[in-house]
Design a protein around this ligand. Structure first.
Ligand SMILES: Nc1ncnc2c1ncn2[C@@H]1O[C@H](COP(=O)(O)OP(=O)(O)OP(=O)(O)O)[C@@H](O)[C@H]1O
Ligand SMILES: [Mg+2]
Length: 404
């Protein structure tokens, strides 16, 4: 068999999952891509991992295996689900089949019974796909980039908190890519020790798919997955705009939302990111140098043909005592602020120092509520109106033209 059968195990007893893993390990054609201890967890992970076969226990606390089967079949119709249960009664069998399961194993089962059921289920599913000419449609997630040509304006603060808020608000997995390739500090903001970085991933770029991507992500909680920036600034050179475009394509296929933190520059790699984005949140503040800078940034974006459906301006530290009038700034930028994040030195700095996003540590504060509002703006966006993200071809040429 040329491709390995990707198997997912859902059972509330960890020891059972482990012993099934061990049985499957003996077969070189099979690989266990994930596990879950509940129906809810299975539903969430399966959407992301897209296994070929799921071994699903019936009796689990919370969402049981039959309900989980029903919901998974509705969302991932190409998967073959095999129910496992100590109950061998006809009624259970019937319920499992009605829910969409393809087979039923009565515990305890032998290694042969298990391997046979998995192989048969996989082969049948493949035949069915060929007959129906059914190609699983990859998730078309959205890429939201937090950008500004001004450094220290709050990009990382906003991107980290937005990713966590979006995951909580939508109950989906959210990806975050630290594209500040030289000095990225998203891992620090989330108090994570990266197990790998984007510089490691580019070595595997030719075989990049959802499964390979997972190896390079570091998890924050159970819903946010980070692709960290390189550990050392000199490694940034190994990551090109083309690499980032390929990585974002894979992120898009695996996460409903991916947030990108960026470096404050229009470099080749940042342009690749901006081109691939559905929404660019340009971060502004109420001081003259920043406003001048943001105005220039917006003009460049207009020259790149990014419309107002794609570019949104977010005002950070909105309530900082300033004699600058917001309406005048909006008129000068020819953009309305789509969101305002208040200043809260105490909450924001404490949160960074502790490595806990303030939307988690201080969810009720005005600064957190403003991030949840921003998450709402992202989810309520009229995606239908969006044009297809542009490709990165000729980006350097376009950039040169801009500054010539
Ligand atoms: N709304 C806010 N209220 C108070 N402090 C803030 C706020 N937003 C950002 N800060 C603080 O401003 C500093 C810079 O923020 P951050 O690192 O997010 O900016 P950045 O744009 O990512 O910077 P860089 O360009 O260096 O990557 C941090 O110390 C952060 O705590
Ligand atoms: Mg930053």
């Amino acid at each position: 068999m040329s491709e390995k059968i990707k198997i997912f195990i859902a059972d509330d007893i960890a020891a059972t999952r482990e012993s099934i893993c061990k049985l499957l390990e003996f077969d070189p054609d099979m690989i266990v891509v994930g596990q879950a201890g509940s129906g809810e967890e299975a539903l969430e992970k399966v959407k992301e991992l897209q296994p070929d076969v799921i071994l699903m226990d019936i009796n689990m606390p919370g969402m049981d295996g039959i309900t989980a089967t029903e919901q998974i079949v509705a969302q991932v119709p190409t998967v073959c689900i095999i129910i496992m249960s100590v109950q061998s009664e006809q009624e259970y069998l019937r319920q499992a089949m009605v829910a969409g399961a393809k087979n039923y194993l009565v515990k305890p089962f032998s290694s042969d019974e298990l391997l046979q059921a998995v192989k048969q289920g996989f082969i049948n599913e493949k035949k069915r796909r060929n007959v129906l000419k059914f190609e699983p449609k990859p998730t078309q997630g959205k890429i939201i980039t937090v950008f500004s040509t001004k450094g220290g304006i709050g990009k990382t603060t906003i991107s980290t908190n937005l990713a966590v808020a979006l995951a909580e608000k939508t109950s989906t997995n959210v990806g975050i890519v630290d594209a500040d390739l030289q000095f990225g500090d998203v891992a620090l903001f989330l108090n994570l020790v990266p197990r790998a970085t984007v510089a490691d991933l580019v070595r595997d770029i030719d075989s990049l798919d959802g499964q390979v991507l997972q190896k390079y992500l570091t998890r924050f909680g159970d819903k946010v997955a980070l692709l960290p920036a390189p550990v050392r600034p000199e490694q940034a050179e190994t990551v090109t705009g083309g690499h980032l475009a390929a990585i974002l394509k894979t992120m898009r296929a695996n996460f409903k939302f991916t947030i990108i933190d960026t470096a404050p520059t229009f470099s080749e790699s940042m342009l690749a990111v901006l081109d691939a984005s559905d929404i660019i949140l340009v971060v502004a503040a109420l001081d003259l140098p920043t406003i001048k800078n943001v105005k220039l940034c917006l003009e460049i974006m207009e020259s790149l043909n990014y419309g107002k459906d794609k570019v949104k301006v977010v005002l950070n530290r909105a309530d900082t005592t300033s004699d600058i009038d917001i309406a005048e700034v909006e008129a000068s930028l020819q953009y309305k602020f789509s969101a305002s994040i208040p200043s809260d030195g105490k909450v924001v700095v404490t949160s960074v120092n502790k490595g806990v996003p303030f939307v988690v540590s201080h969810p009720g504060t005005p600064v957190s509520r403003s991030i949840f509002d921003l998450a709402g703006l992202v989810t309520d966006c009229d995606w239908q109106a969006q044009t297809e993200p542009q490709t990165v071809n000729g980006v350097v040429g376009r950039l040169k033209k801009l500054f010539s």
